[in-house]
Design a protein around this ligand. Structure first.
Ligand code: B16
Ligand code: MG
Length: 216
């Protein structure tokens, strides 16, 4: 029996990866090096500080914790300039109808994101009320692939983990879902997300009922 759907944010509900990329690239350029789109792929689903550590390593730079905190804040301010311009038009195709149909089926909905800006993004895009629980980077101490974010989501919804389905676009996110003993739907390519139970290109491709049928 499936009772809850837990959604990652970036890459599943909205495409904020492009904003993260612009802001991180600007920071890297200010520090005297560059990052490309291929490197940016490795940052998907990774927390802000872990992303900064990976970028600094990529640029061969070592900084004190104080400087890292300063640069993480500068990047986030640039990122928020872009997030603050988001509207309903930034929701990925099929997402709104998928969430409404999920709710109609009596299935609970939670967000399970590494982002500390998740609530702001859901407010800007006008879909925050469709979520029964929001677990984000402000509520967890361990990043995906640790299952903490999804286990806390199930707990907040009052649903046992075996009855939860996770929707994720990042390899680390599918690993987190599997570590939580949940079913995982990968949004993206089967080559990258080979550990998912089911793969789809996006929430526009299958209805919630079709997904449940395929998973059971
Ligand atoms: P913030 P998700 C993740 O979102 C992004 O994929 C990742 O690139 C970002 O570093 C992380 O959130 C933290 O975001 O700086 O806003 O706290 O895919 O877990 O929804
Ligand atoms: Mg993601």
């Amino acid at each position: 029996m499936i009772k809850a759907f837990l959604f990652d944010l970036d890459g599943v509900i909205v495409d904020t990866a492009v904003f993260h990329y612009k802001a991180w690239k600007r920071l890297a350029n200010q520090l005297g090096f560059d990052i490309d789109e291929e490197f940016n792929e490795t940052l998907k689903g990774i927390s802000r500080m872990d992303s900064l550590d990976a970028i600094l390593k990529h640029g061969g730079i070592s900084l004190s914790q104080e400087s890292k905190d300063k640069y993480a804040k500068i990047k986030n301010d640039w990122y928020l300039e872009l997030v603050n311009k988001m509207t309903v038009n930034d929701i990925l195709p099929g997402v709104e109808i998928f969430l409404k149909e999920t709710s109609f089926l009596g299935i609970k909905i939670a967000l399970g994101s590494a982002s500390k800006n998740a609530s702001l993004i859901l407010e800007k895009t006008g879909i925050i009320d469709l979520f029964d629980a929001i677990i984000d980077g402000n509520h967890v101490s361990r990043s995906k692939p640790d299952p903490e974010v999804f286990l806390k989501g199930a707990e907040a919804l009052g649903v046992e983990k075996e009855a939860c389905v996770v929707f994720e676009d990042a390899f680390a996110g599918i690993q987190a879902a599997k570590a939580a003993k949940m079913r995982a739907v990968g949004i993206g390519s089967a080559e990258v997300l080979y550990n998912a139970d089911l793969i789809t290109k996006g929430l526009f491709e299958m209805s919630p009922s079709e997904i449940i049928t395929k998973l059971l």
